[in-house]
Ligand binder design. Structure first.
Ligand SMILES: [Zn+2]
Length: 145
């Protein structure tokens, strides 16, 4: 854990950054859940072809030379704003968590795609994140119901 000085005698732990690397071997239950959920979510959100790629912290069974990016140690998903037709999901999640992260990242993808197409403004950082959290949660609930 890193420590960040925030003022007079106030210290708070912050997530350190780490490097994540693509892997082609996600948890099988997660891969099945994502494959089963993706077509319906794409349709619901009006997204075109969307590719799911998987990542793990580097040094954790990952392959050198693959795509990599930095993020908080606890990162579970990622959608790069300049490439919203791909969403990234952490490969060691279980089925429900992976499906929730898929929904979360697809809503970010939708916001980016609409912005790039010029049909909508990007939501404020916090509003976009809250919407993505809610959408991901609704995907998890739908699978539980
Ligand atoms: Zn998010």
């Amino acid at each position: 854990m890193g420590l960040k000085w925030l003022g007079d005698q106030l210290w708070m732990t912050v997530d350190p950054l780490t490097t994540f690397i693509e892997t082609s071997a996600p948890c099988e239950a997660a891969a099945v859940a994502v494959d089963a959920t993706l077509p319906e979510l794409r349709k619901h959100l009006g997204l075109g072809e969307t590719k799911v790629r998987w990542f793990l912290p580097s040094g954790n069974g990952t392959t050198a030379g693959r795509h990599s990016f930095e993020g908080d140690l606890g990162l579970q998903g990622k959608c790069h704003g300049n490439a919203p037709s791909t969403v990234w999901i952490r490969a060691d999640l279980g089925a429900l968590d992976a499906a929730e992260v898929l929904g979360h990242e697809l809503l970010h993808a939708k916001h980016y795609a609409d912005y790039i197409a010029g049909v909508a403004e990007m939501p404020d950082g916090d509003a976009g994140e809250q919407a993505a959290l809610a959408y991901g949660h609704s995907v998890r609930q739908a699978l539980l119901d």
